[in-house]
Write a protein that binds this ligand. Sequence first.
Ligand SMILES: Cc1cc2nc3c(=O)[nH]c(=O)nc-3n(C[C@H](O)[C@H](O)[C@H](O)COP(=O)(O)OP(=O)(O)OC[C@H]3O[C@@H](n4cnc5c(N)ncnc54)[C@H](O)[C@@H]3O)c2cc1C
Length: 487
Amino acid sequence: MDVVVVGSGPNGLAAAVTCARAGLSVRVLEAQPTVGGGSRTLDLGLAEGMLHDICSAVHPMAWASPFFQAFDLPSRGVELLVPEVSYAQPLPGGRAGIAYRDLDRTVDGLGPDGAAWRSLLGSLSRQPGHAVATALGDKRSVPAGLLPRGIPTAARFGLGVLEQGTSMWDRRFVGDVAPALLTGVAAHGIAPMPSLASAGVAMLLASLAHTEGGWPIPRGGSGAIVTALVADLEAHGGQVVTDHPVRSESDLPPARAIIFDTTPRTVVEVFGSRLTGRAARALTAFPYGNAAAKVDFVLRGPVPWQHADVGRAGTVHVGGTRAEMAAAEAAVAAGTHAERPMVLVSDPTVVDPSRGVGGLRPLWAYAHVPAGSTLDVTEAITAQIERFAPGFRDVVVTSRCVPAARMSEHNANYVGGDIAAGTVSLWRVIARPTARLDPYATGLDGVYLCSASTPPGPGVHGLGGWYAARRVLHREFDVPHPPRLAP
Ligand SMILES: Cc1cc2nc3c(=O)[nH]c(=O)nc-3n(C[C@H](O)[C@H](O)[C@H](O)COP(=O)(O)OP(=O)(O)OC[C@H]3O[C@@H](n4cnc5c(N)ncnc54)[C@H](O)[C@@H]3O)c2cc1C
């Protein structure tokens, strides 16, 4: 075997596809009975024939990622359905911030803060390639395509991060709607707010919301992305073996290179005695962050949002005002449960009616909680949604909660429920998982990491896998140029 990939998340599969397309023999070993890690769509048995996205659901990064752009999901039958409203932020009093895909419409809706919204995000959303190159590079090289024309965009991105990631974050706004709308996006980082890391998340995702791709939802669920990756891997001679956890070297077949789509912990567990003390310490020191607890609902009708346009959004950030969300994330950072936690919600039937079954529909939701929390957050999420959608309780048929402490049972990468596979801070975006010149190297010859624990971090973009595989091809197999990814 040339290459073994441990873990079949989007990064692992991206690495596997890249190596297989270069003509290498590739085997992916997956611990779970199902392929796809954080991009799986499964029947949870909650309603007959209904499928739920057990992790990721909404895919601005899959649309924008240079890996997936080259891989060309649409021509492989993955339909990225684009909601008219990328995301919404319901507010007290029946008000709401609405991020339409159309920037002009968003600006009009934001009244006195419309111009500030445009000046912060307008030029970034016109140059998504430059914004993506700035935010989703390997943090060790100047991304191809950024020089020289992307420099102004990168500078604007950086200034936006400096403003929105510090005490200056209210500087440009006069009302409370636009700041809340942006903070709902920043909260994806599960980090204290304001902070530079959460502001980076906000600048990237908020600018992508106003692009052609918007915040898309794949028809049929996130698993469609996995199906396309596995089909391409198999077409190039690769294979995926499920129910195959790798816990020690004896679980690995002989291979010239091994790429771990896992946390660095697994590398230490598997190769501990062979790693130098320094390398092992660096990998072990990589910290894990706060967590998410997931609830999958089955509803008998749409969420009765007070503000009609919230019901047209692919994603709803349920956390109230900027101050309320900052307080909720501060509570989590302090290791406690927020009384009103940050909640993220998506109803895929907004763009994909085929997800509804027999008059029922799935609702995807999760709440931010402290690492390792064992709390069943169903009531906390229900109460938060009820604040902005009175009567929500009455449309709930059934639900299932996976508390943070149990997230690792279906994906070992979610240590303590940390869905980012490692803390998201400015330093840990760069030193992810270590400050080595090559963040994908582990200190052992032929052994690499490629998961969300490496740059550029969490999200379904496949870029960790792609960047790691390019290094593997170059160093281990003398292949200087990566293969074409197009179908
Ligand atoms: C609730 C939730 C919501 C999310 N929402 C979004 C979203 O809407 N959009 C978005 O872009 N991202 C979202 N994410 C994040 C996204 O899912 C991840 O960042 C992404 O899947 C990371 O990809 P990966 O390939 O690095 O790892 P993963 O997708 O986590 O895959 C890792 C794989 O490795 C396997 N594995 C681990 N250890 C071993 C071992 N020892 N042996 C064998 N196999 C092993 C795991 O079983 C898993 O299949 C969400 C995550 C969660 C949990």
